[in-house]
Design a protein around this ligand. Structure first.
Ligand code: 6PG
Length: 473
């Protein structure tokens, strides 16, 4: 029997589209789904392809050429472990399993270790771009051993998006590196989305922008420094009419945001590594508080705020200021995301290539943006850059637009508009550039009540002070 080149397990939206993408690029494929009929439908809907529909796992494995290359696209968590246990009894040494779902990187590290002991290969690979990306070119973040990567590189390069002539995939590093980078991508995605939503809130309530004006503003923004997928779809969203009633769709959508967990992972991870990722955390919190809709409704009748004053000045000038505030916040957010990657690289012994990460984020994925060229350039110039804010382009840009950043945030605060992501971004900038912070007082308090000691500005060593001449413990 003729053997297929690549196997794909899981025929839900992402798996199916990835399979078709792989097939488009001339690879023969075998597909497997827990419910066989789903695979049959995929094959029926896509005739004329070199596609083998396997009814059982055994059939699936037997249909593949050696060493086998199998991509799993199932729900993250236990389903991945369950699928691996179903596969392993039939595998040969050196076969490669690629988990392309949004798995937690620590699970990926564990799985790779376990499978290595059985002489199988395993890769954790981040895939971004949703349904459309999977079908026509996602950004792909593969992690695992380099020889595993070399086994599948041809497929990944062929199916990934292309940005400025370069494939949006590159080897990220061993074990969990690929899933880690994907997790941080999602954290940044959360921050981007929240920042854009705050800009919308400000433009709508302080600027008095209609949906049509918002659509026009975001369309203009998409032609400048903010040029990105999320800004583009935002412009389209504001133009969308509702299909179930009169009026615009955006006004009919409930404000309770869902989340599947990757933003929370990123935020928790930043806490574990002691990295300030406050903008991502603010974005996660914003989704939490959005979900307390009944409580918010009740509180809105009790808690006093201020009346929002709609601007009477030029809308164009205001939009420009908000754009600058959004761009500055976005720069701070990516600085945090890349700082988290840098800290994770040290802890996990990965050699992450930040220039290459910025480059693969330029196409296919949800955070794709022109501005990533600036980040790639910053890391090309200085691969050991401590913080993106210190790159001369970003330093200069922030110096130029910070006035608008401060003024937009101040006006939001004065008008009672919540801007937790915008203000976290500005506070991050102001903290990072502060030679002195008020944390000398925190140290004094810690020493006062817990004898935790403090360090001095004028000499080395740790000191404990007897406050008012007595120990207060
Ligand atoms: C991507 C997306 C994808 C998914 C998000 C949605 O890169 O293609 O990030 O992974 O759409 O995980 O996440 P939430 O449901 O948590 O918003």
């Amino acid at each position: 029997m003729k053997k297929q080149q690549v196997g794909i397990i899981g025929m839900a939206v992402m798996g199916k589209n990835l399979a078709l993408n792989i097939s488009d690029h001339g690879f023969s494929i075998a597909i497997y789904n827990r419910t066989y009929e789903v695979s049959v439908t995929v094959a029926q809907e896509n005739p004329g392809r070199d596609l083998y529909v396997a009814k059982t796992i055994k059939e699936f494995i037997e249909s593949l050429e050696l060493p086998r290359r199998m991509i799993i696209m199932v729900k993250a968590g236990q389903p991945v472990d369950d699928m691996i246990s179903q596969l392993t009894p039939f595998l040969d040494q050196g076969d490669l399993i690629i988990d392309a779902g949004n798995s937690y990187y620590k699970d990926t590290i564990r799985r790779e270790k376990e499978l290595k002991q059985l002489s199988f290969r395993f890769m954790g690979t981040g895939v971004s771009g949703g349904e459309e990306g999977a079908r026509h070119g996602p950004a792909i973040m593969p992690g695992g051993s380099i020889d595993s990567y070399n086994l599948i590189k041809d497929v990944l390069v062929a199916i990934s998006a292309v940005a400025e002539g370069e494939p949006c995939t590159a080897y990220m590093g061993p074990d969990g590196a690929g899933h880690y980078v994907k997790m941080v991508h999602n954290g940044i995605e959360y921050a981007d989305m929240q920042l854009i939503s705050e800009a919308y809130h400000i433009l709508k309530h302080i600027g008095g922008f209609s949906n049509a004006q918002l659509a026009a503003t975001f369309t203009t923004w998409n032609q400048g420094v903010l040029d990105s997928y999320l800004i583009q779809i935002t412009a389209e969203i504001f133009s969308e009419k509702d299909d179930l009633s009169e009026g615009d769709l955006i006004d009919m959508i409930k404000d309770t945001a869902g989340q599947k967990g990757t933003g929370i992972w990123t935020s928790k991870e930043s806490m574990d590594l002691g990295v300030d990722a406050s903008i991502i955390t603010a974005a996660v919190n914003a989704r939490f508080i959005s979900a307390y809709d009944t409580e918010r409704k009740a509180a809105s009748r009790v808690l006093v705020g201020v009346d929002t004053e709609v601007l009477t000045t030029d809308k164009g000038i205001f939009a420009e200021q908000v754009k600058n505030a959004l761009y500055a916040s976005k720069i701070a957010s990516y600085a945090q995301g890349f700082s988290l990657l840098e800290a994770a690289a040290v802890v996990n012994g990965w050699q992450l290539d930040y220039q290459s990460i910025a480059k693969i984020f330029r196409g296919g994925c949800i955070i794709r943006a022109k501005f990533l060229n600036r980040i790639a350039a910053a890391y090309q110039k200085d691969p050991t850059l401590k913080n993106l804010l210190l790159d001369p382009y970003f330093t200069q840009t922030l110096a130029e637009i910070q006035k608008d950043w401060r003024s937009v945030i101040s006006s939001a605060v004065l008008n009672g508009i919540p801007v937790s992501a915008f203000s976290s971004a500005l506070s991050y900038y102001d903290s990072y550039r502060s030679e002195k912070l008020p944390t000398n007082l925190v140290q004094a308090q810690r020493d006062y009540f817990g004898a935790h000691t403090y360090k001095r500005t004028d000499r080395e060593g740790s000191y404990h002070h007897l406050f008012s001449g007595v120990a207060h413990e």
